[in-house]
Design a protein around this ligand. Structure first.
Ligand SMILES: Cc1cc2nc3c(=O)[nH]c(=O)nc-3n(C[C@H](O)[C@H](O)[C@H](O)COP(=O)(O)OP(=O)(O)OC[C@H]3O[C@@H](n4cnc5c(N)ncnc54)[C@H](O)[C@@H]3O)c2cc1C
Length: 386
């Protein structure tokens, strides 16, 4: 009988595994993939998440491996609008850390193996579960064979298409936005160094972030999904909207993505809990989804520790967790919607007006408030409410 069985060894499941192992709980993480996905997704780690990484001894190595972005340069049709600095957002981490998701997952996987060798079981796909009294029985497939496991709690950290959520019969209402994007990684030939860039232009936003290894990620708004796009399509959009030339023949990754917003009707059902993308999907614009999942994990770990040692299940702390984390997810989704709104195609007149408003906001010393918003500073207050 395990204390906690985590389904899904993505960034959120692995992080929860580390937190629980450190608290001395018996834990296993089941992951259907045989290896980490090479598909590049999340790159932004915000200061609240880095503070959480300290708890599992990973903050220093993450910072050493990534690029610390101290500010973002905002540009409009009239040139540079201003620079939003992150110096005041955190004492220890006055920046947004850029680290590709595959590297972050590799780091978490290694740390979990150090804490509990063998806790992560790859190539195991969960297919059924049954709650009965004081435990949950889980059925999985490993190398074509049935595997039966029992745990006091099961955590579904199995992504937006969560099997656990379906097995629990939890609804996942939401919608797909019309906003779509094309993104790609290329050698960095700009003079922007470690700074992020955001171009607000009539055709739609272009964002750019430095990556480790002298690379730079480019993200451009597209009018429709572009699953068959080639690197030249992205570099043409960048050149047309920013005047910058990206080395098209040296593309390291190209991906088109859609944007969605979904929230599970509940994150807790009996002894099963949903966290990360299994519980809430947030548009990637603003880079919050993975960070939000880590905050779920940090809020859940002490509840699970208390519950595995208790004789009877006290549902009150889990109900508070459910309320608070769903509220945080709604807030992150709302923030992402605002980010996307400002990146939509619009007229030159509107952009010129917005440019003036942005300049005034920065001039009025509202920049620290904006910086707090973009670095998920609000999420710390949300966690303290629990
Ligand atoms: C283009 C893009 C850019 C993004 N950028 C950012 C960013 O900069 N910052 C940020 O915070 N977020 C970002 N995100 C969001 C981020 O990628 C997700 O929020 C994050 O991956 C969620 O982590 P997770 O562990 O909850 O789920 P996932 O990463 O989806 O992991 C779930 C895991 O569960 C496994 N699994 C599924 N079903 C089963 C099963 N039945 N049995 C066993 N295993 C199973 C899967 O194989 C997978 O490994 C971005 C997303 C996209 C698409």
């Amino acid at each position: 009988m395990l204390d906690v069985l985590i389904v899904g060894g993505g960034p959120v499941g692995l992080f929860l595994g580390c937190l629980l192992a450190q608290r001395g709980l018996s834990v296993q993480v089941l992951e259907r993939r045989s290896e980490i996905s090479g598909h590049s997704r999340a790159v932004g780690l915000h200061p609240p998440a880095l503070e959480l990484f300290e708890r599992v001894g990973l903050a220093d190595s993450a910072v050493a491996a990534g690029v610390s972005v101290p500010s973002g340069v905002l540009r409009g049709p009239g040139g540079v609008v201003g620079e939003l600095g992150f110096a005041g957002v955190s004492e220890r981490y006055p920046f947004v850390l850029i680290l590709p998701q595959s590297q972050t997952e590799a780091m978490l996987e290694k740390r979990l193996a150090e804490l509990v060798p063998g806790a992560l079981r790859r190539g195991v796909e969960v297919q059924a579960l049954k709650q009965s009294g004081e435990h949950i029985s889980v059925t999985a497939q490993e190398n074509g064979e049935d595997l039966q496991l029992q745990a006091r709690f099961v955590v579904g950290a199995d992504g937006r298409r969560s099997t656990i959520r379906s097995l629990l019969g939890v609804a996942f209402p939401g919608r797909t936005y019309p906003d779509t994007y094309l993104m790609g990684d290329f050698p960095d030939t700009t003079a922007y160094g470690d700074r992020a860039l955001i171009y607000f232009v009539p055709g739609g936003v272009v964002e750019s972030f430095p990556l480790p290894g002298q690379l730079r990620r480019w993200v451009a708004y597209t009018q429709a999904p572009r699953p068959d796009a080639q690197p030249a399509d992205l570099t043409a959009l960048v050149a047309e909207r920013t005047g910058l030339h990206v080395p098209v023949n040296e593309c390291r990754m190209l991906s088109a993505f859609e944007t969605r917003r979904h929230l599970a009707a509940t994150m807790v059902r009996g002894r099963a809990v949903l966290i990360g993308d299994a519980a809430h999907e947030v548009s990637p614009i603003g880079g919050q989804g993975m960070n939000l999942g880590w905050l779920d994990a940090a809020a859940l770990a002490p509840l699970l520790e208390g519950a595995v040692t208790a004789k009877t299940l006290d549902s009150h702390p889990f109900a508070a967790f459910n309320r608070q984390r769903r509220h945080a997810a709604r807030r992150a989704a709302g923030q992402a919607e605002i980010n996307m709104y400002f990146g939509q195609p619009t007229s030159l007149n509107t952009l010129t007006l917005r440019e003036a408003v942005f300049r005034a906001l920065l001039h009025l010393r509202l920049a620290p408030k904006l910086a707090d918003l973009f670095t998920m500073r609000w999420s710390l207050k949300e966690s303290q409410k629990l």
